[in-house]
Design a protein around this ligand. Structure first.
Ligand code: SF4
Length: 228
């Protein structure tokens, strides 16, 4: 089996596993619910998520969007008030500026609607490829591969199907070459839940993982513990 075939097989296993992972083990599932509600909620929630645990982002973004549920409302909210709500997040001052600016631009430049293409999303301050691709898939149902730390780590270091990857774009290209378009967006959804619940950055739960007999990382750990 070459690495492409192995990758496709591993993703299929995650597809079966995903519905069985409980929300409290994979808070990304809570985030997925918010991201699917509206493009604006998806954009703001995802912009707030970098370097914050999903359960905290979910709570704080929920509070912000409860008080400012539309681009108009967020644009009008005083910056100090936005900062106050976002305080539990890392980099909250910058994030407050970014989401308020995004809301105002959506109102003024896009008639209150979040743009649905990568080029325009990338023009918002605080929106990189990962955030844009998450919004495109979750809010607009467009094929897009979002490579975050879980996706990058699992593909490069655990499954070793692309050990030479240097940047998220390398992984993004690989996924787009190997998987059919309807699977592109799902890779992030499945792999983040898997990375939070099973294949954790420290102490992965290999003993309960359905991939343990084929996973190069697990095989290496087993060899080490047998002194081979
Ligand atoms: S066997 Fe362990 S390292 Fe390999 S994919 Fe499963 S949890 Fe991750």
């Amino acid at each position: 089996m070459d690495r492409r075939e192995r990758f496709v097989r591993f993703v299929r296993v995650l597809e079966e596993l995903y519905p069985k992972i409980p929300k409290d083990k994979a808070p990304v599932k809570l985030m997925k619910e918010v991201k699917s509600t509206s493009p604006f909620h998806a954009l703001i929630t995802t912009m707030l998520s970098p370097r914050v645990r999903d359960e905290i982002t979910h709570r704080v973004a929920g509070e912000l969007l409860r008080r400012a549920p539309t681009p108009e409302a967020l644009c009008e909210m005083p910056l100090r008030e936005v900062e106050e709500i976002l305080k539990p997040l890392g980099f909250y001052r910058q994030k407050a500026k970014n989401v308020k600016e995004a809301a105002c631009r959506i109102v003024k430049e896009y008639g209150g609607r979040v743009p649905d293409n990568l080029e325009e999303l990338l023009r918002f301050r605080g929106v990189g490829r990962k955030v844009a691709n998450i919004v495109l898939y979750n809010a607009f149902g467009k094929p897009a591969v979002a490579v975050d730390t879980h996706v990058f780590r699992i593909i490069k270091e655990r499954w070793k199907v692309l050990p030479e990857a240097k940047r998220p774009e390398d992984v993004e290209r690989f996924v787009m070459e190997v998987l059919p378009k309807d699977m592109w967006g799902k890779v992030n959804v499945y792999m983040v839940a898997f990375g939070q619940a099973v294949c954790k950055p420290k102490n992965p739960s290999c003993e309960v993982c359905p991939l343990r007999d084929e996973c190069p990382y697990a095989k290496r750990i087993a060899r080490r513990s047998h002194g081979v």
